[in-house]
Design a protein. Sequence first.
Length: 578
Amino acid sequence: MAYAKIYRNQGATTPGTVEDTADGMSMGRIEVIIDALRSERFTFRPSRRGYVDKKNGGKRPLGLPNFTEKLVQEVLRMVLEAYYEPRFRESSHGFRTGRGCHTALTSLHHRFRGSKWFIEGDIRGCFDNIDHEVLLTILSRNIHDGRLLNLIRKSLKAGVLEDWEYKPTCTGTPQGGIVSPILANIYLHELDTYIEDVLIPQYTRGKQRERNPEYRAVTYQLDRARKRGDKKAQQYLEQQMRSLPSKVNDAPDFRRLMYVRYADDFILGFAGSKAEAETIKADIGLFLRDRLHLELSAQKTLITHAREGKARFLGYAVSIYHADHVTTRRKDSQTRQRSANSRVRLGVPYGLTTKLAQPYQRNGEPMSELSLLAFSDAHIIQTYQERFRGIAEYYKFAVDRCQLSSLKNVMQAALAKTLAHKYKLSVSAVYQKYRAPMTINGQTYQTFQVKVPTSKGERLIYWGAVPLKVIKPSNQTVIVDVPYREQWKNWHSDLIQRLQANTCELCGTKGKCEVHHVRKLADLKSRWRGRKDKPFWVTRMIAMQRKTLVVCHPCHVDLHAGRPIPKARNASLESRVI
């Protein structure tokens, strides 16, 4: 089951420290791994370390484990997730099935109403600084199998190879490892438990805020003015009421503390004084230092006034509305009430669109993208469309989502210049050639369009027509993940059944079969496109629409060597297929 889940990943054919990839997987290989695990002889080999760029300009280390290690890590992840997932708190949203950034933002939007202070939390180098002994102690509370704990210990202590130099891993979970997210969630579950079981009860008291005496006095005067029929006094008193808070904001007998976490980023909303917010921040820092041996980032752990400032969480600007002029009519009377105050506002951070537009500009002007010139116009248009749609979809909860239109304009100009550069046309000629209207949900958009012939007819590839209407966060917001059992019934079982059949799909030989993997089926099609005499194995994979082929060892060796399948074997296969 673990193999069926990860063989499609892009890194399945990427080697780690040795030539160990998904290519060549067989039932015999799986049995060898099972036997090594049963006899406690299995060891994790070091991962190959690389680096990826961080948004702030630094480098993040990334481990590239061998495929066998990935396979065992996936088994560990499945076992740990089955036990710990039901025990995780509702406030945790990172690396969990059916949860993600949007569910965390939805929880924040509904639960943080009325907050006066935001406490932004960021753990410095969380994944790199997880203490192995503390983690194993946490695991040992529930896992009483020493062999499983020892296997997890081996995965943590495997080390890395950087520039072919071995470096031990004394702390941290393996970056790039499949089991790392679930281990990090188990580790930070201690923080969730501390905040929800200790801090929140400590800083939560009072059923509701006390009513403001000044507001109550104005209400009384307004009622008397209505009885007298004094319209002028009514208008004046209603305006005065809207400028006063209806409740006492700093009442000492009312406190609220709310909490949401996504991976190592978390945010707390607090209704109380700033001194208490400072104490809460200090208590969390002490807990992380003393219990989990982690440290809060001084630059990113901030206390922000919810109405006067904007906190940052998961790329959104978070604040609390204060708009006395926004009112709605009460259902039971003709009077109006303030409807926006105390609600959570999710917005696009200041300067984000300018930052996102920079890769498409030079000296402040849109420019063509040279790296896309070798591709077809349909590929170029689809690439730009996928980039912008991804950004627009992520910021679908932002009330000022329309700000993304400036980014869209820059990207559209860059797209037009890229197509103009490719075909040696003017920008106006590109607009005349590709521009066409498109109507979606009754709204007409001006788009770039191109039709691509396929085996099932023409497919329309277009740029634009991405609505920027704000979507209100709903309590029913769920990340659409296909349930694992449903996946297993559909496409997971296909490869496993083919592998367990133990029959070569090229020559029909039974026994000792392996799985031949290609990185992408599209690469295989483009490599052999236009050639009349394709090898039978290529025709077979394209016809099956699979990037895997179950073959015997001799056929597998011939495939990698570029040798044709012997005629005797081909004849046997062709007669069997016919």
